[in-house]
Ligand binder design. Sequence first.
Ligand code: FAD
Ligand code: SF4
Length: 618
Amino acid sequence: MASRFSAVKLFRGVIWNPNFGTIPKSYLLRQGQRFKHLTPHVPSRGLLSTPRVHLASVSDQTVDPRLTAERFVDETDVVIVGGGPSGLSAAIRLKQLANAEGKEVRVVVIEKASELGAHTVSGAVIEPRALNELIPDWKERGAPLNQPATEEDLRFLTKKWAIPLFSPPQMLNKGNYVVSLNKFVKWLGEQAEEVGVEVYPGFSASEVLYNEDNSVCGIAINDMGLDKDFKPKDNFERGMEFRAKVTLFAEGCHGSLTKTLIRKFDLRKGRQPQTYGIGIKEVWEIDPEKAKPGYTLHAMGYPLDWKLYGGGFLYHMEDNIVQVGFVVSLDYQNPYLNPYKEFQRYKLHPFIKKHLIGGKRIAYAARAINEGGYQSIPKLTFPGGALIGCTAGFLNVPKIKGTHTAMKSGMIAAETAYDAVTSENASTGPINLTAYEDSIEKSWVYEELREVRNIRPSFNSPLGMWGFVCYSGLDMLFLKGRTPWTFKHHEDYACLKPAKECKPIEYPKPDGVITFDLLDSVALSGTMHTENQPVHLRLRDKSIPVERNLKIFDGPEGRFCPAGVYEFVDDEANVGQKRLQINSQNCVHCKTCDIKDVSQNIDWVTPEGGNGPKYVLT
Ligand SMILES: Cc1cc2nc3c(=O)[nH]c(=O)nc-3n(C[C@H](O)[C@H](O)[C@H](O)COP(=O)(O)OP(=O)(O)OC[C@H]3O[C@@H](n4cnc5c(N)ncnc54)[C@H](O)[C@@H]3O)c2cc1C
Ligand code: SF4
């Protein structure tokens, strides 16, 4: 009861934080210490009116004692949030170093997917450079890199034609492998366990823990078994805490805890905004007669117009499997654009369709992808921890490859973390991993990203694609990034234009053979969320979807979500009006809504661990 009353006292009066708009007061009450991490995230254009939540009468509320029960605390040396390529590489490197010196270093990996790899989305053609450094005998250890990339194809698509283009050296795939990243991550997990890493899939890290001096000291797993009103159900279990000397965040593109750290520690100060694309892909089992194992195709142009960055890929793997996908930049302007439907149109192009016809689609996936590159990498460290992999933004955009850089960043951070946790001063104060920042700047990761830093933003000139083709050709072939200038980026959400300034886009109806209805696709992602749990797509202000997004932008969230989560439906309570229905059970955790919502009103937070997509072969 004591904690309850102190929380009441703390929050008596008016609170100005827009995050609280849709969360019941009783839940806020017991989350007192979490308030400071939920800082407002409103557009700089100041179009939102900030809702006030009056908590003057919260003392009348009774809080279920289970909600305020002490959390179980587990102490470890290093906790890593995210069991993707970067998190697992960091974990493996840490234990390799400790095992080599016979030291006891406890490393824990927390992964929200029900099993490793189940939330992993990639093309994927991977460069084995980091893997060669991490596990040189990966072949003998049975790494699922079975199909070398053997044939390159780069095309410019018009509606009917596929014009061959010259592939710049940075995009060549010689020495790379066409893989299922999902299988690769599973295998990395096995390697991690073999060297002594503790891997816990099925748990969402939902909160960063801080010491009194504001240094990070671990994470907490979210409470399981809450109902949609944040009340405990019969199966309620209090989330536990992992307290660590070092916490590494490896959440992938636009991590939900990472975004709170970026704000709290102002990690973007002096850097360019991160920009993104949405990548949507399908896995097909094709007619064996058409199989060309090792063939890799990248395409630009159709169906996108010349002002929008994006393009498609198609990779042939072993066993007659084809990975086909499309990336649309999230700085698009027309609110009528529908990335999912652009992808479906892409597959209808004769040059793409010929690979798929006669085949069967077996998987569907979507995930945001970083496009900011070198100039958008935030400060990587803060007291007690660091960002690694795609959550920091180490993806090489022209290559559409981030696995090798994610892994290498994890390995470098691990080397610094190992020195720090095993040093004699480790217990005297918060650990600072600034040496990680220095080492990565000297590594091949930075060299590679620096060289291509102007390619993606060269598309943002008034010449659009034509400016991009000329500049990137010159830069990739001759200048190789050795220019004194670095182009800037803009915030994706701020690029959207009001609907009245744009034309609706007519998309073809799904044919059920090559193109499909969105919900049939979502069914192939295996996504599942426990019913009756708190919605993990939080609106900062409930009125904004209808009052601003629908009225001015014609409801773009109904189009950009690749899982049909957002739907404007008739409001039974107000005849003639619409309301936003959030089908959160469909969510595939791509993070696009958190990035592209024009009002920055959607806060993606982790649902219960083990929920979300269940990808195979992606
Ligand atoms: C469509 C598409 C195509 C791509 N093609 C290629 C390609 O061909 N080659 C290539 O090299 N790269 C490609 N990439 C990029 C590649 O997938 C990433 O660079 C790579 O996966 C980054 O690894 P990561 O470990 O940083 O992040 P991720 O692989 O995203 O892993 C992050 C993990 O953290 C987990 N997680 C996140 N938040 C939490 C939390 N709060 N609690 C617990 N767990 C959490 C996630 O579930 C996930 O498993 C592609 C990406 C996309 C989207
Ligand atoms: S709700 Fe958001 S995170 Fe979930 S699938 Fe839709 S756009 Fe992606």
